[in-house]
Design a protein around this ligand. Structure first.
Ligand code: ADP
Ligand code: MG
Ligand code: MG
Length: 252
């Protein structure tokens, strides 16, 4: 589904990703962990198509298509969900209105008919009920005055509505309380299916107490330096990132 091969990238004139390779199949959940500054968010931003990131070598394909050649909205239409696409507060713009616009933009790009208000509300009700969310979330401005936990719930709600093939979540963790982490984990677990994949980027192991990943990759100094099963996250928790750093062979 997603194949990243020897990705090199540069931000503000500095080489950040230095030969990152990763493959993710349908139905799988992979976690990317790593010390601060390793390039985790840079990877997420590149997959999202954010400006300011220069890919200097390597390829990324998504279901056989050249992902890097697609504009951000084309990526969304192709079935990619990037949690950090909508973290901003948009005061005065009703959340329901915003979600409907996002969903219909995606449907339009896929050549599917737009949903009218009734159809949209029906879908919203379904998702709210599955995720056990309060409909109060709908009537507020987009992320306006939302707590960290509410933003996370809203993000998961967007994810559920957009039904992506691949969701990439960059959990910066800092400031996220346990309820917010659980909201993310519950959402991911509910949305897991044989044809949907997740790439969960996280600094801390504790999120993985609630989401059992199929694979864990450690990103350090711009490359995947270690991959393993869920036990790798526990090893990291036990030994800290210094343990990994000692095992990374410095670049020649
Ligand atoms: P992580 O998410 O693993 O903590 P980041 O991908 O955010 O790491 O950052 C990797 C490195 O790239 C850091 O040294 C960071 O300072 C640098 N970096 C990231 N984004 C920018 C930017 N927009 N301008 C300058 N440096 C950046
Ligand atoms: Mg960081
Ligand atoms: Mg980060």
């Amino acid at each position: 589904m997603l194949k990243i091969d020897n990705l090199h990238a540069r931000v503000a004139g500095k080489d950040i990703l230095k030969g990152l390779s990763l493959e993710l199949g349908p139905g799988q959940v992979h976690a990317i962990m790593g010390p601060n500054g390793a390039g985790k968010s840079t990877l997420g931003n590149i997959l999202a198509g954010r400006e300011g990131y220069e890919v200097t070598a390597g390829t990324v394909s998504f279901e056989g298509r050249d992902l890097l050649a697609l504009a951000p909205e084309e990526r969304a239409a192709a079935g990619l969900f990037l949690a950090f696409q909508y973290p901003v507060e948009i005061p005065g713009v009703n959340n329901t209105y915003f979600l409907r616009a996002a969903l219909n933009a995606q449907r339009k790009a896929r050549g599917e008919p737009e949903l009218d208000s009734m159809q949209f509300l029906k879908r919203v009700r379904e998702k709210l009920s599955v995720l056990h969310l309060k409909d109060e979330l709908l009537h507020r401005g987009v992320n306006e005055g939302f707590s960290g936990g509410e933003k996370k719930r809203n993000e998961i709600f967007q994810l559920a509505l957009l039904e992506p093939k691949l969701a990439i979540l960059d959990e910066t963790d800092s400031g996220l309380d346990i309820d917010a982490l659980k909201a993310v984990a519950d959402g991911v677990n509910l949305m897991r299916s044989p044809d949907r994949a997740f790439l969960v980027i996280t600094h801390y192991q504790r999120l993985l107490d609630y989401i059992e990943p199929d694979r864990v990759h450690v990103l350090a100094d711009g490359r995947i330096v270690e991959s393993g099963g869920p036990e790798l996250a526990l090893e990291l928790e036990k030994h800290g990132y210094a343990w990994i750093r000692d095992r990374v062979v410095p670049e020649a």
